[in-house]
Design a protein around this ligand. Structure first.
Ligand SMILES: Nc1nc2c(c(=O)[nH]1)N[C@H]1C(S)=C(S)[C@@H](COP(=O)(O)O)O[C@H]1N2
Ligand SMILES: [Mo]
Length: 209
């Protein structure tokens, strides 16, 4: 997947969905999306090689104090299973993924977020970034996941740790996550800088800016 990001966005904008949304009696598939049972891999660039012994998760910016967890320390935080849906802007949606990991509701207990902080930049190994309003990060369905449906994530899907933000398009769910930067002002992440929508709500089709 080394297609130029600019070209990818232009192509996606022109794409008209050829498949009708699958039957959706419970209204769980957002407009313009189709269901898949598969778990496609969508990565821009190569899968980064992550060394667990050197792994770090950092929290910095507008916080009371900068923090860093080793993998062991992070895994010692209380964990939870959350079953949520996943919607990619390229139009596939998956229902009922069960993620295991540390929910934001636990991580947040360790972070003193300053009052000026309104936005978050999510950082990942390999240099990927994505931005979110703080309120969306703090949603109680957000999780830092190491496993899906009881199996450890494969390297392609974000091992050792990925973010899951179910209420926004899946490009916000950064794989190989290694940090959160709390900010007063919004700033664009990788795909947002190439014309993906700044916010990315799948229910109102916030696909492109
Ligand atoms: N670090 C990183 N995270 C990423 C991406 C990426 O390219 N790099 N792609 C995003 C996109 S566009 C999607 S749809 C999902 C796909 O997750 P999957 O490959 O596990 O299906 O990961 C998101 N997280
Ligand atoms: Mo995506």
């Amino acid at each position: 997947m080394n297609i130029d990001p600019k070209q990818r966005v232009e192509k996606l904008k022109r794409a008209t969905p050829t498949r009708k949304p699958d039957q959706d009696p419970d209204n769980r598939v957002p407009p313009g999306q189709y269901l898949t049972e598969k778990f496609p891999v969508l990565t821009h660039g190569p899968t980064p090689k992550v060394n667990l012994t050197r792994w770090q998760f950092r929290v910095y910016g507008l916080v009371a104090e900068d923090m860093a967890w080793t993998y062991e320390e992070f895994m010692a935080l209380p964990q939870q299973e959350l079953t949520t849906d996943f919607h990619c802007v390229t139009r596939w949606s998956q229902l009922d993924n069960t993620w295991t990991g540390v929910p934001i509701t636990e991580l947040i207990k360790h972070i003193g977020i300053q009052r000026e902080a309104q936005y978050v930049m999510v950082h990942a190994y390999g240099g990927y970034t994505t931005n979110l309003p703080l309120v969306d990060l703090l949603s109680d369905d957000v999780i830092f996941a190491h496993s899906r449906d009881g199996e450890p994530l494969s390297a392609e899907h974000g091992w050792p740790l990925r973010l899951i933000v179910p209420k926004l398009y899946a490009w916000k769910s950064a794989k190989w996550i290694n940090g959160l930067e709390f900010m007063a002002h919004d700033s664009k992440g990788f795909w947002e800088g190439y014309g993906y929508h700044n916010h990315g709500d799948p229910w109102t089709e916030e696909r492109f800016s």
